[in-house]
Design a protein around this ligand. Structure first.
Ligand SMILES: Cc1ncc(COP(=O)(O)O)c(C=O)c1O
Length: 383
């Protein structure tokens, strides 16, 4: 049988632009490849921070390390606790462990973002920070989370690894907490293969971030002066040369994905048992890093999600099965001090599938084919 879709899907990242090639070669030929030698990384960090309305930015080796730096810069220490959502990439929690602290795993709301009520319930005397994850490209409910954080004296670190260009009530991701981390890993909306940036509105936090990622040096201080403990966690000039020209392209790419996501949502309306996970109320810019769909096996002949994902792949539609709830993540169990009941995240583990960003870079016809594949698979499963 011919699959519903026989064409491939757009590659990610898109082909390099002339400006990327030129900038990359300029760095290569210039011989100043490290961030302490050239100016590409400093310039890019400032431009990125500016693009999200944050005063300062520090580039680092990846998003995980960015979260680690933000937690340390905001005063998280060994023995402290940080509340993280149960439905996220494991790095949100492993960054907490890297900082010597213990993750507290809290359930999510129906949008699959961190539930502020659960944060309030689970935070204890050792809790120092909370990490809203802007899952799929939509900011978490940071007003409610900041209210809880303010009342309990917690720092707010945004995990914006998936949310370059997102906003909530018109305020950009990156300005919704005390510091925010974006990833430039290869699947992300802006990428250099690897990399990350931490942004903040506060000079004091910036100076700490800068020092921690630069071997404990101080801005304007000597090369061998290390007033505090730090590490070499700098990003290279090559990465910045590849990243900087992506900044002006981001908006149009988000527009494209938003339009495709709307087409797909419409095309799925008649398909019983497969519907978009709702966006957090207050989302003003969703970057559609992922479009998350809820699969209801009851409408598909009682077949589990794994069967659906395999059948869709056979139809030329490679969906992603998504995360395991962190409440069930074996590698985390020895480190997570508390895990609240996580029925919503655990149900998502069983029922949520993702359409990834590169697929949303395709055309409207492709969105129709995703829905058609789901219809065909449903018919087959119910027979
Ligand atoms: C939600 C989330 N947090 C953190 C990370 C970690 O970023 P990185 O892979 O750049 O370390 C990622 C992506 O990989 C992510 O999706």
């Amino acid at each position: 049988m011919t699959p519903v879709r026989t064409d491939g899907w757009p590659a990610w990242p898109p082909p390099p632009t002339a400006e990327q090639r030129e900038r990359l070669l300029r760095v290569l030929d210039g011989g100043q490849w490290g961030a302490t030698q050239g100016t590409e990384t400093e310039t890019f960090a400032a431009a990125f921070a500016d693009s999200v309305g944050a005063a300062h930015g520090v580039c680092t080796v990846n998003g995980t390390v960015g979260l680690f730096l933000a937690l340390r810069a905001l005063g998280v220490r060994p023995g402290d606790e940080v509340v993280v959502p149960a439905y996220t990439f494991v790095a949100s929690a492993t960054a907490v462990v890297l900082a010597g602290a213990a993750p507290v795993v809290a359930d999510v709301t129906d949008t699959l973002h961190l539930d502020p009520a659960e944060v309030d319930r689970l935070a204890g005397p050792r809790t120092r920070a909370v990490m809203p994850v802007h899952l799929a490209g939509a900011p978490a409910d940071t007003e409610a989370l900041r209210e809880v954080a303010a009342r309990r004296g917690l720092a707010v670190v945004e995990d914006a690894a998936q949310a370059h260009g997102a906003s909530r009530h018109g305020r950009p991701a990156g300005t919704l907490g005390d510091a925010a981390c974006f990833s430039f890993q290869s699947s992300k909306a802006m990428t250099a293969g690897e990399g990350g940036v931490v942004v903040t509105g506060e000079r004091r936090v910036y100076e700490r971030l800068w020092s921690l990622h630069n071997v404990g040096r101080t801005l304007g201080g000597g090369w061998y002066d290390h007033p505090e403990l730090g590490w070499n966690l700098r990003m290279t000039e090559f990465q910045s040369a590849v990243l900087h020209p992506q900044l002006p392209l981001l908006d149009a790419q988000i527009d494209h994905r938003e339009a495709r996501a709307a087409t797909l949502a419409r095309a799925l309306e008649p398909v019983e048992g497969l519907e978009p996970v709702p966006d957090p109320p207050g989302t003003t810019r969703h970057t559609r890093h992922l479009m998350m769909l809820r699969y209801d096996g009851a409408a598909f002949g009682g077949r589990p999600k794994a069967d659906f994902v395999a059948a869709m792949a056979a139809e030329g539609v490679p969906l992603d099965a998504g995360y395991r709830s962190l409440s069930r993540e074996p590698s985390l169990t020895p480190y997570a001090v508390r895990t609240g009941p996580c029925p919503v995240a655990e149900a998502a583990e069983e029922s949520v599938v993702w359409v990834r960003q590169p697929m949303l870079m395709a055309d409207d016809r492709a969105m129709g084919q995703i829905a058609e594949a789901a219809r065909v698979v449903g018919e087959r499963f119910r027979r």
